[in-house]
Design a protein around this ligand. Sequence first.
Ligand code: ADP
Length: 190
Amino acid sequence: MAEAVIFLGPPGAGKGTQAKRLASEMGFKQLSTGDILRSHVARGTELGRLAKPIMDAGKLVPDELILGLIGEELSSMPDPRVIFDGFPRTLAQAEALDKLLRERKIRLLGVLLVTAPEDELVRRLLGRALEEGRSDDNEETIRARMAEYRQKTQPLVDYYQKTGSLKQINGLGKVDEVYQAIQEALGVKA
Ligand code: ADP
């Protein structure tokens, strides 16, 4: 059956790590809009050239571009089983995704809100800067990404709370502990 899970949360909460593991254990495809954009930047595509300065400024890439990417990915999957990581990030994206899920008859298993205190998030992102060298993991851009999250993405918490899909996950523990909490929230624990 066509099914989806959404990961929501601020930068540095650990969404990517958890989404990757959940996807591989549940046989889902992880769709990370950040990873897809970074691959466009690395390949120097037109989209990549457009997105790079926006990403480096810690701002959000325009909804139309993101929705184009997601539409493309989903239309290539006959029976989508996907974990959305870093999408949706704005109300317009959330509404467009709802429509897509309805049209494609994809069941939403849950929206996982992974959170941690902001000083911990910043500490993790600065640590990642040293390990991975992502050009948007510097202090100034991190601050801008946090502000974008608060302004544009945080309203989605209310949106999904109202539909009853939201599941709160404490992202502060060890990677394994957070993963356990996610499995319990989704009711998929073996
Ligand atoms: P993080 O959550 O760690 O900040 P991501 O890898 O999810 O990082 O995203 C990196 C950047 O890619 C964002 O700061 C933004 O510029 C862009 N981006 C990713 N997903 C979206 C989205 N759904 N809408 C708009 N911009 C996005």
